[in-house]
Design a protein around this ligand. Structure first.
Ligand SMILES: [Zn+2]
Length: 333
C-alpha cells in the first residue's frame, strides 16, 4: 500500500472547490510517455496551474501502470526543480471499468480514480460507483463517476451514439453514490473525429466542418440541481486545424477531423465544469511536429531530434489551453 500523500500528490477536492468558486477549470491531460509528461509539467510549472495527470487503460497497456506511477512521482520532483514551489498535481485513473482496477490504483498511490459505469443500467452504475467511493474515501482518494454516454473512441472506450445526461437523475446519483465529481454528456465526444460530417455544417469560405453546439441547456439544468458540485467534461479536444493541416501536408491523412470549438470550452470552464479532459490535441501536436521533421530532414534518425520538437509543440499547446481556454494559470503558486 502506497499513499499518494507520501508521493507529494494531491486529490481533487480542494482544486475543484477553488475552480468552481473561481470560474475556471483544471486541465486533465493524459500521458503515455516521458516527453508528454515533461511537456505537461513544464507548461504547468511555467503557468502555475494545478493539473490532473490521467492514466487511461491504453496508457497502462502501453507504458505499464507501475512505471507511470513512478513517473508521476518523478513529475512532482521535476516540477519543484523547475521552480514550482507547491506543485498541485493529481494522479488520476481515467475510465476505470471495474472495482478491482480502481482498488489497485488506490492501493498504488493514485490520488483520484474514475469509475465509469455509464454503459451499465442506472442502478448497476450506482452500485459499482458506491463500492469504489466507499473504498477510495478510506484513503482520502477522490472519485469521479459518469452519467450519460459520450460517443467516440478513446482507447477501450467505444460508443456509437451519445446519450445526454438526464438532469433529473443527477441528485439521486450523486447522493446515493457519494462521488466527488460527475462526468456528464452534453455533446462532447472522444477522439479526433468528434462528429460525422452529416452532423456538421460546412463553412462556405474554407470548406471546413463546423460542429453542432454543446447542449448548454443540459449543463445549466445539472447545475441547478447540484449547485456547486464539480462537473467534468470528457472528450474536449478542439482538434486545432493548424495541426491537422501540417499532418495532411506532410504525408498524413486526417480527413474531416473535427473537435469542440475553444469558445464553447471557455464558456464551460466558467460554469460548474471544473475538469476538462484534453488528449487528442496533444496527440495531434506531437504527430504534426514529428511529421514535419521527417519531411524536412529525411536524414534524421535520432529520436531526440523529432521527439524534442514534439515535446516543445505539446508544451506550447498545454500552455495555450491553460491560459487561453481553462483559465487555470496562477491558481497553484
Ligand atoms: Zn473520457
Amino acid at each position: 500500500m502506497v499513499n499518494y500523500k507520501d508521493l507529494g500528490l494531491v486529490n481533487t477536492r480542494e482544486m475543484f472547490a477553488k475552480a468552481v468558486d473561481g470560474g475556471y477549470a483544471i486541465p486533465a491531460f493524459n500521458f503515455n510517455n516521458m516527453e508528454q509528461l515533461q511537456a505537461i509539467i513544464k507548461a504547468c510549472a511555467e503557468t502555475k496551474s494545478p493539473v490532473i495527470l490521467q492514466v487511461s487503460s491504453g496508457a497502462r497497456k502501453y507504458a505499464n501502470q507501475t512505471l507511470l506511477r513512478y513517473m508521476a512521482e518523478g513529475a512532482v520532483e521535476y516540477a519543484k526543480e523547475l521552480g514550482w514551489e507547491h506543485p498541485q498535481i493529481c494522479l488520476h485513473l481515467d475510465h476505470g471499468d471495474t472495482f478491482e482496477l480502481c482498488k489497485s490504483c488506490v492501493d498504488f498511490g493514485f490520488s483520484s480514480v474514475m469509475i465509469d459505469g455509464s454503459s451499465l443500467p442506472y442502478e448497476e452504475n450506482i452500485a459499482l460507483t458506491k463500492k469504489v467511493v466507499e473504498y477510495a474515501h478510506q484513503f482520502d482518494v477522490t472519485v469521479e463517476a459518469e452519467l450519460g454516454v459520450l460517443a467516440g473512441v478513446e482507447d477501450d472506450v467505444v460508443a456509437e451514439e451519445s446519450h445526454y445526461t438526464k438532469p433529473e437523475e443527477v441528485i439521486d446519483f450523486a447522493t446515493r453514490t457519494g462521488c466527488d465529481s460527475l462526468a456528464i454528456s452534453i455533446g462532447t465526444s472522444h477522439g479526433a473525429y468528434k462528429f460525422k460530417p452529416e452532423q456538421c455544417t460546412r463553412d462556405p469560405q474554407t470548406g471546413k466542418l463546423v460542429p453542432p453546439p454543446l447542449a448548454f441547456d443540459v449543463l445549466e439544468e445539472v447545475e441547478k440541481k447540484l449547485p456547486g458540485f464539480p462537473i467534468v467534461l470528457h472528450g474536449s479536444s478542439s482538434v486545432p486545424q493548424e495541426y491537422v493541416d501540417i499532418i495532411n501536408t506532410h504525408g498524413g491523412n486526417l480527413p474531416d477531423a473535427v473537435g469542440i470549438p475553444e469558445d464553447q470550452l471557455r464558456k464551460a470552464a466558467k460554469s460548474a465544469v471544473c475538469k476538462i479532459n484534453i488528449d487528442s490535441d496533444s496527440r495531434l501536436a506531437f504527430t504534426a511536429a514529428v511529421r514535419k521533421v521527417f519531411v524536412e530532414k529525411p536524414g534524421e534518425f535520432d529520436p531526440r531530434k523529432y521527439c524534442g520538437p514534439a515535446r516543445d509543440e505539446m508544451t506550447k499547446l498545454y500552455k495555450h489551453k491553460i491560459i487561453e481556454v481553462l483559465g487555470s494559470d496562477g491558481k497553484a503558486e
